[in-house]
Structure formats: C-alpha cells, structure tokens
Design a protein around this ligand. Structure first.
Ligand SMILES: NC(=O)c1ccc[n+]([C@@H]2O[C@H](COP(=O)([O-])OP(=O)(O)OC[C@H]3O[C@@H](n4cnc5c(N)ncnc54)[C@H](OP(=O)(O)O)[C@@H]3O)[C@@H](O)[C@H]2O)c1
Length: 126
C-alpha cells in the first residue's frame, strides 16, 4: 500500500472503502489512520447482508437499538465515517440518532466476529 502513496503528489484526505461488521478491512483502516487519511465506509450496514447476524441481533436487543444502529455505532467507534443509504425518512432519522456507545467487550466481539465477506461490488466499476 505504501507504493500507492509514493505515487501521489498529495496524500488523499479521504479513502472510501466497503466497511461493515464482518468486513472491516483492518489493514486498510490502520494504514489510512497512520497516514492521517479519513476512512469513509460505504455499505456500512452491509446492504442488509449482516442484518440476520446472531451477535448483532443480540447486541441490538441488549442496547434497545436496531441492528443498523449497532453497525453505525461500531463504525463511529472505529473512527470510520459511515455513509448509510435509506429510502425511508424514518430509517434515515434512526441512522442519524446514534446516541450510545458500545461497551469495550461488545465492540471487540464485533471486531473479531466471523467474516461475512465483501459485497462483490468493485469500487472501480460501481
Ligand atoms: N464507492 C463505491 O464503490 C460504492 C459502492 C456501493 C455503495 N456506495 C455508496 O455507499 C452508500 C451506501 O451503500 P449501500 O446502499 O450499499 O449500503 P448500506 O447503506 O449499508 O445499506 C443500504 C440498505 O440498508 C437498508 N437500511 C438503511 N437504513 C436502515 C435501517 N435503519 N434499518 C433497516 N434497514 C436499513 C436500506 O433499505 P431502505 O432504503 O429500505 O431503508 C438499503 O437496503 C450509497 O450512497 C452508495 O452510493 C459506494
């Protein structure tokens, strides 16, 4: 990855990557943070692919929040700026209302949860 920056005249300010529980691309996130690049998450909800996950549903119940809100809180606690999309005003409001933090233990459970894999979308072609 260092080679990428070697070829840049200016270090990028933002790197938009697919990021959601089960697909966090930690090596990219760590690299970006080290170089002062803001990481922005596309598909921060995993395009609903993670909504049925047992751990996330258990945490949603524990915190009295939706699974989407658990995903967004996790993203914010990783210092990754989430970019969720919704066609519903209610869900947009819900996605902006992240007024809680995951306890360290729960945060780490998501950090280490089983990989769900990527969406299959190629950012160069999307
Ligand atoms: N750079 C790239 O290559 C790239 C690739 C993909 C996407 N993106 C961008 O990233 C943004 C988001 O990506 P995305 O659409 O793939 O994923 P996303 O935001 O993770 O998921 C969107 C899906 O989640 C549902 N949803 C949203 N809020 C919800 C909530 N609170 N509860 C339950 N369901 C909820 C939406 O349905 P409803 O609409 O019915 O609420 C929609 O089906 C988009 O703006 C997109 O343009 C960029």
């Amino acid at each position: 990855m260092q080679n990428i920056l070697d070829n840049c005249e200016v270090v990028p300010m933002v790197n938009q990557i697919e990021f959601h529980p089960g697909y966090i691309q930690k090596d990219v996130v760590d690299f970006d943070k080290k170089h002062g690049i803001v990481v922005e998450a596309w598909s921060p909800l995993g395009r609903e692919r993670v909504f049925k996950d047992k751990l996330l549903n258990k945490l949603a119940e524990k915190y009295g929040k939706s699974v989407a809100q658990i995903c967004l809180a996790f993203s914010l606690q990783m210092d990754v700026v989430p970019l969720p999309k919704s066609s519903s005003v209610e869900r947009m409001k819900q996605n902006m209302d992240i007024d809680f933090e995951l306890e360290k233990e729960d945060f780490e459970k998501i950090l280490n949860m089983e990989e769900t894999g990527w969406s299959g979308l190629d950012p160069d072609k999307f």
